[in-house]
Design a protein around this ligand. Structure first.
Ligand code: FAD
Length: 497
């Protein structure tokens, strides 16, 4: 068996893949996991150093109920279906998910009319149990909301999830089911061949029958490598403030304001890990790299947040961040085989609710591939469950003692804000598609996610990374390829003459 695997590995690039998925965000990883159910040779290629390094790492983390999307669109279909898939999916993959429900609040009669329209639209889309609640009921359920609110649309199927945890879990499970993941390998060239396509991905050349373009903010550029240009991604930035766990239960549901035609507005919500999030803004920007937060954006977050939660303690902020929506003209998701290039499938323009819709988008892609290939054969031995990371502090005293006896590294706390042990960090490094960077560890086990944002634990995590990966500590990066943190020992620089 070992010899057979070795044969496959050394033959590497000469081999023909059935499917090459470009982009390891939530969409690419959901497709990879879905395709790993079938007898297919699948590779997932990512330009960055980790899974979920694009938009999937910076969004509101809401599993939307599905009343926003226009009935009949791909957005509406995949949102509602995706939402219904979340409980089982997150249970199978041991990913944090809470179906806490959501409110859209109205401050005047005009906004109540919008709530009525949203309710009708949601019902057409198939969203269950939508209700418009009067002020008294809303304030009874959420006493910290402004008393200027006059009604709210209640969607009990709305929820929250750990977005990068889910993408990482999907990738891990896909790998367990035979998918190959190649990181640090930007796709820069795609040529047509007799059997399909030849792809230049970093230093690798991949021959493949089918291509699935899930490159998020770069999906237009990847499309244009081989197809005629027919859509353009317009990055739209959303800025956020993230707050300390001491205010994590300020409200219990996701609180939306009445939406505008461009965005769902500023949202206030708890996160699955007990922090609190307020944002995002919505501003078109020129480039897919404009991820900085701005004074103007964060002032808007504050103003709109205080409108709904007038006494919210903004001094509990621990960090701010921004994410970019990959918008396209027309507004709907693009999920289709390209007309003039058979076997090339674009999955593009996946802005919100792409996180919610991803599991259902994966099913759409499977349907397209079924049509192209004439049918896919299911594996007999698909592993549907994935063991999640151990959260030491959530264990019972007996379980903790047992674990420390087996591995004393679980008795050593490295991140004091989040109480993350060395054992958890080592596990995060050695899992399938393990963390290789400081942020990769943060996203897997939350070391550095707390109040000090890694101020204390970052050097310790770097030491562990260097030790476990057997590399020099100066080669450990924060996130992207060149985000080095150390240059060498202190006082080693020669004095300039
Ligand atoms: C502010 C904001 C708030 C949002 N809130 C929500 C929400 O609450 N709920 C919800 O459902 N959705 C939400 N969304 C939308 C959701 O985050 C996105 O739809 C989703 O993350 C898109 O995933 P993706 O996999 O398509 O893109 P990405 O996560 O960006 O993944 C694309 C990947 O492709 C890689 N790539 C690009 N070019 C190449 C190349 N040439 N070669 C190899 N790899 C390449 C990138 O590095 C990246 O990792 C929000 C989005 C934003 C910006």
């Amino acid at each position: 068996m070992a010899f057979f695997l070795y044969q496959i590995l050394i033959r590497g690039d000469e081999n023909m893949y059935d499917v090459t998925i470009i982009g390891a965000g939530i969409v690419g990883t959901a497709i990879a996991r879905e395709l790993s159910r079938y007898e297919l040779k699948v590779v997932l290629v990512e330009k960055e150093s980790d899974i979920a390094n694009g938009t999937t790492k910076a969004n509101s983390a809401i599993v939307h109920a599905g009343y926003d999307a226009v009935p009949g669109t791909l957005k509406a279909k995949t949102n509602v279906l995706g939402n219904s898939m979340y409980p089982k999916l997150c249970q199978e993959l041991e990913v944090p998910f809470k179906q806490i429900g959501s409110f859209v609040v109205a401050f005047n009669e005009e906004e109540v009319k919008v709530l009525e329209r949203l309710k009708k639209q949601g019902e057409e889309n198939g969203v269950p149990n939508l209700e418009i609640l009067p002020k008294e009921k809303v304030l009874e359920m959420e006493p910290n909301l402004s008393d200027q609110i006059i009604a709210a649309l209640y969607a009990p199927t709305g929820g929250i999830v750990g977005p990068f945890e889910l993408a990482i879990a999907l990738a891990e499970n896909a790998v367990e089911n035979g998918v190959e993941v190649i990181l640090n390998s930007p796709v820069s060239k795609i040529d047509k061949t007799e059997e399909g396509y030849k792809i230049q991905a970093g230093e690798r050349v991949l021959n493949t029958k089918y291509v699935i373009n899930c490159a998020g903010l770069y999906a237009d550029k990847v499309n244009n490598l081989i197809n005629e240009e027919y859509f353009k991604i317009q990055p739209n930035r959303g800025e956020y403030n993230l707050f300390d766990k001491t205010v994590g239960n300020y409200v219990n549901k996701v609180i939306f304001q009445t939406p505008t035609p461009i965005s769902k507005g500023v949202v206030c919500l708890p996160t699955v890990h007990g922090n609190f999030l307020i944002g995002p803004t919505s501003d078109y920007v020129e480039s897919p790299q404009e991820l900085q937060t701005t004074g103007k954006g964060l002032a808007e977050v504050r103003e709109k947040g205080l409108k709904v939660l007038p006494n919210f303690p903004f001094n509990k902020v621990i960090t701010s961040f921004a994410g970019l929506r990959a918008k396209v003209e027309g507004g709907d998701f693009i999920i289709e085989e390209v007309k003039d290039n058979k076997g090339f499938i674009n999955v593009a323009g996946i802005d919100s609710p792409g996180l919610t819709a991803a599991p259902a988008i994966a099913l759409e892609v499977v349907q397209i591939l079924e049509k192209i290939t004439g049918g896919l054969k299911e594996k007999e031995n698909f592993i549907r469950e994935r063991k999640g990371v151990v959260h030491f502090m959530e264990l019972s005293p007996e379980e903790k003692a047992d674990l420390i006896k087996k591995d004393p590294r679980y008795g050593r706390v490295i991140c004091r804000c989040e109480s993350i042990t060395e054992g958890e960090i080592v596990n995060a490094i050695h899992r399938p598609v393990g963390g290789r960077t400081l942020d990769g560890i943060k996203r897997r086990v939350r070391a550095g996610m707390g109040r000090c944002q890694g101020g204390f634990c970052a050097p310790r995590v770097m030491e562990i990374l260097a030790r476990e990966l057997k590399v020099d500590i100066t080669s450990i990066v924060k996130d992207g390829k060149n985000s080095y943190i150390l240059t060498g020992p202190t006082k080693s620089r020669k004095k300039d003459n």
